[in-house]
Design a protein around this ligand. Structure first.
Ligand code: A2P
Length: 338
């Protein structure tokens, strides 16, 4: 079996760290691992398969001989460096927002549209969707195939790790400060996040929605390859470290019962149904954190419309919402295309 030269761009970040861990956990066939970050990280070393790997500075010449590049260092760096890497012969799997809606660049969730990976040939880039969108479409794809979803109303409860390492630290420091009757320092978000909920993720757009909300709207249509699905989203940052939770309401063309949804999802790839309210069992962020599956529960009929279902969908935003999804794409890429 062939081994591949892999680079992680943004290796010192929350997602980059997890990418390294998952490459190791899943025994991805890595020949050489190159870890790239900013000048600030020169001198740092990260562990991979029991060995220390030095972090190098990202430059235009970083990609000679690299076959797969896992990018998670921010949109503007991807905009600049992904095309440079692709020209050097590297296939880029990009975790940022830079290319997701570019028509000729595939936007992939392996459980949903693995066939789109073939389009990597267009630009040498595959986009990894937004974390909240990934877990939602993993849960909805089997239902959409069975009874066609006409409309989705989603509200999210998103963990601070989605913002990166600084936000994880900020929630921790603010919590400690407040528990010790000290003034919390607010730096990463516009308001205090500890013991609070912020209905504001990414920037506000002219239509009154946030960019995060419109990512959910537009990316869902692209991944499910169905521009006719109506989607509306409210995205909220909550004081949770890992795993996003989502209240998802769907209206379907044909009727489907909660039991039928449970049965469909019980065999769906990447999904675990956790739905025993009589035992207080339902998906929890603390149970999803550190795991691969998307947990789905609280499945019940929306009694306000003829064909409606409500559910609660939870997944680790750094794993399935980012690093794991990217590496699952890489696994298909090497198995079928490289
Ligand atoms: P660094 O640690 O050197 O700043 P997070 O999303 O958790 O904040 O992580 C962001 C990642 O992106 C980090 O690995 C960070 O590296 C990297 N990064 C930020 N700015 C640059 C840059 N100018 N060049 C290369 N990597 C960068």
């Amino acid at each position: 079996m062939k081994n591949y030269n892999v680079a992680v761009v943004g290796a010192t970040g929350a997602v980059g760290n997890e990418m390294i861990r998952i490459l190791e956990e899943r025994n991805f066939p890595v020949e050489k691992l190159t870890l790239l970050a900013s000048e600030r990280s020169i001198g740092k070393e990260l562990s991979f398969r029991g060995r220390s790997v030095p972090v190098e500075m990202l430059t235009e010449s970083s990609f000679a001989g690299i076959e797969i590049g896992l990018f998670s260092a921010g949109g503007s760096l991807s905009e600049k460096f992904a095309p440079i890497a692709a020209r050097a012969g590297c296939v880029v799997i990009d975790n940022t927002n830079a290319f997701r809606m570019t028509p000729e660049i595939p936007l992939v969730v392996p459980e949903v549209n693995p066939e789109a990976i073939a389009l990597y040939k267009n630009r040498g880039i595959i986009a990894n969707p937004n974390c909240s969108t990934i877990q939602m479409v993993v849960a909805l794809k089997p239902i959409h195939d069975a009874v066609r979803i006409k409309r989705i109303v989603v509200s999210t409860y998103q963990a601070v790790s989605g913002t990166g390492k600084k936000a994880i630290e900020e929630l921790s420091l603010q919590t400690q400060a407040l528990m010790n009757c000290k003034e919390p320092v607010v730096k990463v978000y516009p308001h205090r996040i500890a013991f609070n909920c912020l209905p504001h993720i990414d920037v506000f757009l002219d239509n009154g929605y946030t960019k995060e909300e419109m990512k959910m709207v537009n990316e869902t249509k692209k991944i499910l390859n169905d521009p006719s699905i109506a989607v509306t989203a409210t995205t909220v940052r909550v004081p949770v470290f890992y795993a996003h939770s989502e209240s998802v309401n769907i209206e379907t063309e044909k009727k489907i019962t909660p039991d039928e949804v449970r049965s469909l999802l019980s065999t769906a790839p990447g999904v675990r149904v956790v739905d025993n309210p009589q035992w207080n069992q339902y998906p929890l962020a603390i149970d999803a954190a550190g795991h691969d599956e998307t947990l789905v529960g609280r499945i019940r009929e929306d009694e306000s419309i003829p064909n409606g279902i409500n559910m609660w969908v939870v997944a680790d935003n750094i794993r399935k919402g980012a690093a794991l999804n990217a590496i699952q794409i890489a696994e298909i890429l090497i198995r079928k295309y490289l």
